[in-house]
Design a protein around this ligand. Structure first.
Ligand code: 6PG
Length: 479
């Protein structure tokens, strides 16, 4: 087999297949391989006319089909299958070759794999790919980690197949060494969970407090999508809400079981944030909301618990309430992104990745699930000030959230009065209020810790650590 392919894709389930086709459609010769060769054959049979494919039936043929340095893209299920593929191919590769993992891998696994393969001179490029199957085919947002050298060899190809932002720039860039790409993809998904949860809360409030039907709410979302909330997730929400189930004639959203599932990237975002000490309360509430929804037995046992007896709003009040919900949604969204970018900054510091936050927001503007007009704003905020300590420190966001806060609070009052859970909105507001507070009750927490465990505290008026002799004469000693 002659080495004619510029890139190879192994693992041809829907994401791998579409990514291979995307490379071929962009003029690259693509070697395709799958554990069961029939899938590779089917791809070439079905889509062979879209570009140049080289069918590789064995691992040896696949490696032999690739130009040097070899670029081998692995699109298998994250976890053990990735290790199995690496084990199979690494012995066949040579120094300088690249293994690109485009799955949703945990960044700690990516760091380990990168280290192990580096010893062999092989570049391991853990790469976040967002945009679902449609994005993989027509242009995803791509978040590659790994060495700078590997990006030099791979970057131009990724730039070609990636989505393009409205200004024409590619939605990919070198994120940073080893696990940086998968870390950023993980946080992308955490933000995705938060965005989805906030949208779901907005829907529930419009339905239960304002009394709108799913079709009416779809129209409200369509209107919001023409403004500052313009985003892929708002757009598809309107589509889902407007959809009517063919079998029953009921709104589709009413015939789907209300138990949300998750594959794990949102949960990882929260687990890692806990380790890094970063408060991502909005993302955490989104993960917990999915988890709570899935506890069917618990919910069945609790359905009869007392709730408020409140009437939905009168028709004439509903429209004004919808405007308030838009404000609450937008303000809470600012908080989710603030928390997510804080986590990326903390991860970057912890692992020495030197991630450019403005660039991350720029490559999320197209292709990915959280693509939104809003990301241009975030990029502008970091462009104006690369060391911005928080998105809330940006004048524009601070002003907008300040203008939204009265409505945001009113929505939460209505939610509480009506007994509609809005944990995402509430967590976001609590984060905002905690950050802007002059004094937090953390001082009392410190006092309690010192009382029961002699854990010591620091004073506002003097340097040093202190302990009060709570069990004795309550005098204070230096600790
Ligand atoms: C994307 C998506 C994609 C996928 C996630 C979320 O960026 O293209 O985030 O990675 O849809 O796996 O799935 P769960 O909701 O099942 O966790």
């Amino acid at each position: 087999m002659s080495a004619s392919a510029q890139i190879g894709v192994t693992g041809l389930a829907v994401m791998g297949r579409n990514l291979a086709r995307n490379f071929a459609r962009n003029g690259y010769t693509v070697a395709v391989h799958n554990r069961t060769a029939a899938k590779a054959r089917a791809l070439v049979d079905e889509f062979g006319d879209e570009g140049e494919f080289v069918l590789a039936e064995t691992a040896e043929d696949f490696v032999a089909a690739l130009e040097r340095p070899r670029r081998l893209v692995v699109m298998v299920k994250a976890g053990e299958p990735t290790d199995a593929v690496i084990k199979e191919f690494a012995p066949l590769l040579e120094p300088g070759d690249m293994i690109v993992d485009g799955g949703n891998a945990h960044f700690a696994d990516t760091r380990r794999r990168e280290r192990e393969l580096r010893e062999q001179g092989i570049h391991f490029v853990g790469t976040g790919v967002s945009g679902g199957e449609e994005g993989a085919l027509n242009g995803p947002s791509i978040m590659p980690g790994g060495s700078k050298e590997s990006y030099d060899a791979l970057g131009p190809m990724l730039e070609k197949i990636s989505a393009k932002a409205a200004d024409g720039s590619p939605c990919t860039a070198h994120i940073g060494p080893d696990g940086a790409g998968h870390f950023v993809k993980m946080v992308h998904n955490g933000i995705e969970y938060a965005d989805m949860q906030l949208i779901a809360e907005a829907y529930q409030l419009l339905r239960e407090v304002a009394g709108y039907s799913p079709a009416e709410i779809a129209d409200i979302f369509r209107t919001w999508n023409t403004g500052r909330l313009d985003s892929y997730l708002i757009e598809i929400t309107a589509e889902v809400l407007a959809h009517v189930d063919a079998a029953t004639g009921e709104p589709f959203v009413d015939v789907v079981q209300d138990q949300a599932e998750q594959k794990g990237t949102g949960r990882w975002t929260v687990q890692i944030a806990l380790d890094l000490g970063v408060p991502v309360s909005g993302i955490a509430e989104a993960v917990f909301a999915r988890s709570l929804s899935g506890h069917k037995d618990l919910r069945d046992a609790s359905r009869g618990l007392a709730g408020p007896k409140a009437e939905p709003l009168a028709k004439e009040e509903a429209a004004a309430f919808a405007d308030q919900v838009e404000q609450a949604l937008y303000a809470s969204k600012i908080v989710s992104y603030t928390q997510g970018f804080h986590e990326i900054a903390a991860g970057s510091d912890e692992y020495g990745w030197d991630i450019d936050l403005g660039q991350v927001s720029a490559i999320w503007r197209g292709g990915c699930i959280i693509r939104a007009a809003f990301l241009d704003r975030i990029r502008a905020a970091y462009d104006a000030r690369a060391d911005l300590p928080s998105l809330l420190a940006d004048d524009g966001f601070a002003r907008e959230i300040g203008e939204a806060q009265d409505d945001w609070r009113a929505v939460l009052v209505a939610a509480t009065r009506q007994g509609v859970p809005a944990p995402g909105f509430a967590a976001a507001l609590a984060y905002y209020d905690a950050l802007r507070a002059d004094r937090l009750p953390a001082a009392l927490t410190q006092g309690q810790r010192d009382y029961f465990g002699a854990h010591t505290y620091r004073r506002t008026d003097r340097e040093g650590s202190f302990h009060t002799l709570w069990g004795g004469d309550r005098s204070e000693v230096s600790a």
